[in-house]
Design a protein around this ligand. Structure first.
Ligand SMILES: [Zn+2]
Length: 150
């Protein structure tokens, strides 16, 4: 896990904060555009070339389940700029090459099942929820460990 080498763009979108109920703009760092020159803002409706499933790990994601042919759901985290709470969950949905939606969620087992990849930042948060250090986590069946804590 070496995020420093991953080119970063940002998913940008408006979501309702589950804590303060305010509509806030979120910026979620992502390495999904592997050829990116960095720091572009990707909004709903923007074209995104999806890396191959094998390349997703290089892009900073770990696989949760098999993606569909034309669509990917990414499990991400974000912070609220209104109430300053951190580590809210979101699903970023990419369909047929376009950023389709950014949706704030309360992570549960159903949402976990919907997601095909989880970002490294989100894994860090999941680890803290489970109370496990990285090395105890990543060599085990960490998807099952997360599921048991939801
Ligand atoms: Zn908030």
């Amino acid at each position: 896990m070496n995020s420093a080498n991953i080119a970063r763009d940002f998913f940008v979108g408006d979501v309702i904060c589950p804590n303060c109920k305010v509509l806030v703009q979120v910026t979620i760092p992502t390495g999904i555009r592997m050829q990116s020159s960095n720091l572009d803002y990707l909004e709903v409706g923007d074209f995104i070339h999806i890396p191959s499933m094998d390349e997703m790990e290089s892009a900073g994601y770990k696989k949760l389940s098999q993606g569909e042919k034309h669509g990917l759901n990414l499990l991400e985290i974000w912070d609220c700029v209104s109430c300053n709470t951190v580590f809210h969950w979101a699903i970023v949905r990419i369909m047929k090459g376009y950023l389709r939606s950014i949706k704030a969620i309360q992570l549960d087992q159903d949402y976990l099942d919907e997601c095909h990849f989880i970002s490294e930042q989100a894994i860090m948060v999941a680890m803290s929820i489970c109370g496990l250090p990285y090395l105890d986590f990543i060599d085990k069946d960490w998807i099952t460990i997360i599921r048991q804590h939801l």
